[in-house]
Design a protein around this ligand. Structure first.
Ligand SMILES: Nc1nc2c(ncn2[C@@H]2O[C@H](COP(=O)(O)OP(=O)(O)OP(=O)(O)O)[C@@H](O)[C@H]2O)c(=O)[nH]1
Length: 405
């Protein structure tokens, strides 16, 4: 074999439990007989490992991939170093041309991508220059799409990743929002009109990724191998809520036709903490995603964050207002971003509210009205906000409410 020093391309597959990641991998390995790939599989020891082994064995006998299992932990957190050790060992042998990674159902895609794109400080092996992240693929289960945002699991359930207390809908949302290719799988189980609704929501949550319908993971290999689509910065900016905050609302006729609503709620005065906490705990079911910053009266020191993914809602201290930065730093910030001062208030600077709401079949107007009712009234603007109770506490992004079944 000739010596090849080009970086080894990497495709990472994420997707919730049972969405069809293994099926997709098997399809790929079965249809691309010439693909000389190493496969790294991360499972949390959750389900059905035997059945998966059988399927993989069959793929293994057809091709001669090296298959590596990383179990009982997640490659986005505890096993990041282990994953790098393994891919470092593989790279030293270098008898394959492509690395396929199947991450666990609850993996966060960003740290996994980061591990490949930028390395990981605690690991000896530095993947930069040796591996090159080519495509981030998220497999979405069309059949249980809506249930995916309604796990009804409280943060205390065993099913929640014990390492960081995340619920499955948060992982699902991350996987949708940070990827290059979205495979909408199990389309055989879902009628056409329902598929169109799901696609309309997916395109609003993730406008950049290529959206492909699949049955039994049957995707054309060129859609997920050697696509050259991955770009860390672009992927980080590609979430629909982020684009809507930064670039404003894009009218999307297809989305509207399928009942998808998305809007930004903007305000330059604070919310009453109790009123808004109550509202966040009782947002309309149709709101699949909400995200952004808000100002909670009495907490002028810090920007609060709202993060709703499906039924999971977190709100709590999140970021820094420019107004609280030292003057010199503020000046540098303004110099780098001309025009930012447009919304600057003489007294309160950039403190305010900017929240994106995305969902299906909910009415925007009543929600906007309720949000407006949460803002301080003129009379309250003159009160001493220090006497207000603070439901958000000091923990970052504290959980507020979950499905109560
Ligand atoms: N009807 C139908 N079933 C599918 C499809 N894709 C996968 N399945 C089935 O769904 C089940 C789960 O598929 P897997 O490929 O194991 O899913 P996974 O994402 O790898 O699951 P985990 O590794 O457990 O997270 C299996 O029984 C598959 O045969 C599909 O497009 N249609």
């Amino acid at each position: 074999m000739s010596v090849n020093n080009d970086p080894i391309p990497v495709t990472i597959l994420s997707g919730s439990l049972g969405a069809g990641k293994t099926t997709t991998l098997n399809h790929l390995l079965g249809s691309e007989r010439d693909l000389n790939a190493a496969v790294l599989v991360n499972d949390m020891g959750e389900v059905n490992i035997d059945a998966e082994f059988v399927e993989r064995e069959s793929a293994l006998t057809q091709n001669d991939e090296e298959i590596i299992e990383l179990s009982n932990g997640c490659i986005c957190c505890r096993l990041r170093g282990d994953m790098l050790d393994e891919v470092g060992r593989l790279a030293a042998e270098r008898d394959f041309d492509y690395l396929l990674v199947e991450s666990s159902g609850i993996s966060e895609p960003i740290p996994v991508a980061q591990t490949f794109a930028r390395g990981f400080e605690d690991a000896e092996f530095d993947p930069t220059g040796v591996y090159e992240l080519d495509t981030m693929v998220s497999v979405v289960d069309a059949h249980s799409f809506w249930q995916g945002f309604d796990s009804g699991q409280a943060l205390t359930d065993d099913t929640v990743d014990p390492e960081d207390n995340r619920v499955p809908e948060e992982a699902l949302m991350d996987q949708i929002e940070f990827c290059d290719v979205l495979l909408l799988n199990k389309c055989d189980l879902v009628p056409e009109d329902e598929l169109e609704k799901i696609e309309a929501v997916l395109k609003t949550l993730q406008p950049w990724a290529k959206l492909i319908r699949t049955e039994h993971g049957a995707v054309a290999p060129e859609e997920i191998l050697n696509t050259g689509r991955f770009d860390f910065n672009r992927a980080s900016q590609s979430a629909g809520w982020k684009r809507e905050l930064q670039e404003g609302h894009h009218h999307d006729a297809a989305a509207e036709e399928h009942g998808v609503t998305s809007f930004v709620f903007d305000a330059d005065r604070p919310f009453h903490p109790d009123r808004v906490a109550e509202l966040f705990a009782d947002l309309p079911d149709g709101v699949v995603r909400a995200k952004g910053f808000f100002w909670s009266a009495g907490r002028e020191d810090i920007a609060m964050g709202l993060d709703k993914a499906g039924q999971s809602v977190r709100a709590g201290p999140k970021g820094t207002w420019i107004a609280t930065l030292p003057k010199a730093q503020q000046q540098r910030y303004f110099a780098a971003r001309p025009g930012i001062k447009a919304d600057w208030d003489d007294k309160w600077g950039d403190r305010g509210v900017q929240l994106v709401f995305i969902g299906r079949e909910f009415d925007q107007e009543p929600l906007v009205e309720r949000l407006n009712d949460c803002l301080l009234t003129d009379a309250e603007m003159d009160e001493d906000w220090g006497t207000y109770p603070d439901p958000f506490g000091s923990d970052e992004q504290r959980e507020l409410a979950l499905a109560d079944d």
